[in-house]
Write a protein that binds this ligand. Structure first.
Ligand code: ZN
Length: 245
C-alpha cells in the first residue's frame, strides 16, 4: 500500500476507537487509521455470553498489523475495561443464557439499557488520560435494532455532555451512522479493498449466539440470529451490486 496522505487537520490528531471485534467497529477502525496520525482501541468485557468476541478482536488487530503495515504503523495501544458490573445491573440475552426475542417495547432482549452511553463515557475517560480527543464508534441509525442509544441525537447530545463534563473538547465520530449494512461492506472495500473485506469475512465476529461454526460467504455465524441476518443480507446486497457494477 502506498503512503497514505492524511488530511492536514488530522496529521497530528489521535483517535480512540470503540472496538468490539465485530464488523462495524472493524470498519470504523480502518476508517480512523485512514484519517488519524495515531489510533488506539478500547474494548469492554461485560460478561458477554461468549468471550469469542474478545478473542476475535485481538485476532483482527493482529491481522491488521500483518496485512496492512501502513495502518499498523499508526495503530497504538489496546485497552480492555472490565465491565462485569453491567451483568449485575441488567439481565439481557447478551449477558445471560436467555433466548433472543422481541420484547413488548419493540426492542430485542439483547438491549442492554444505556450501554453506549456508558461505553462512550468510559472511552472519554481513557481518551482524557491518553490525550486523545476524538472517539470513534460504530453506532448506526439506519439498519439498527432500534436501540435508542445508537441514535444520532443521543450521540450528539453526549458529545456536548462529555465536552462540558471533562472541560475540554470531545468529538464523537460515527462514520456508519447513515449507512445500511450493504454500504458498510462497500465502505470496507473502499478503505482496504478486497483484502480488507476478506479480513472482515474471516475474522470479525457479529453473531449474537456466539457461534463461529461454518464459514459462509459473509463470515462465520449461526446465520439465524438478528445480527447474522443483518450481516448476511447486507453482504448479499453489496455482492449483487458489485457484480453489476
Ligand atoms: Zn448468529
Amino acid at each position: 500500500m502506498s503512503q497514505l496522505a492524511l488530511p492536514t487537520a488530522s496529521a497530528t490528531r489521535r483517535a480512540l476507537v470503540l472496538f468490539s471485534g465485530g464488523q462495524d467497529s472493524t470498519v470504523c477502525l480502518a476508517w480512523a487509521l485512514q484519517r488519524y496520525a495515531r489510533v488506539e482501541t478500547v474494548g469492554f468485557d461485560y460478561g458477554q455470553r461468549h468471550a469469542i468476541e474478545l478473542k476475535q478482536r485481538l485476532v483482527v488487530l493482529d491481522e491488521i498489523r500483518r496485512e496492512f503495515p501502513e495502518w499498523g504503523s499508526r495503530l497504538g495501544e489496546d485497552h480492555v475495561l472490565n465491565l462485569g458490573i453491567l451483568g449485575q445491573i441488567s439481565s439481557t440475552a447478551l449477558t445471560d443464557g436467555r433466548k433472543i426475542e422481541m420484547q413488548a417495547n419493540g426492542l430485542p432482549n439483547t438491549f442492554v439499557p444505556g450501554r453506549n452511553l456508558l461505553f462512550l463515557t468510559l472511552a472519554s475517560c481513557v481518551g482524557y488520560r491518553r490525550e486523545i480527543d476524538v472517539l470513534v464508534g460504530g453506532m448506526c441509525e439506519t439498519d439498527f435494532s432500534g436501540y435508542p442509544d445508537c441514535r444520532d441525537d443521543t450521540i450528539k447530545s453526549q458529545q456536548i455532555t462529555l465536552t462540558l463534563g471533562l472541560g475540554q473538547r470531545v468529538t464523537i465520530e460515527t462514520p456508519l451512522m447513515w449507512l445500511d449494512k450493504a454500504a458498510t461492506w462497500r465502505l470496507a472495500d473502499e478503505l482496504g479493498g478486497a483484502k480488507f473485506a476478506d479480513l472482515i469475512v474471516q475474522h470479525t465476529h457479529t453473531c449474537y449466539v456466539g457461534e463461529r461454526g461454518a464459514l459462509h460467504a459473509w463470515g462465520h455465524g449461526c446465520g439465524k440470529c438478528p445480527a447474522c441476518e443483518l450481516r448476511r443480507s447486507g453482504w448479499e446486497r453489496w455482492a449483487t451490486e458489485a457484480m453489476h457494477a
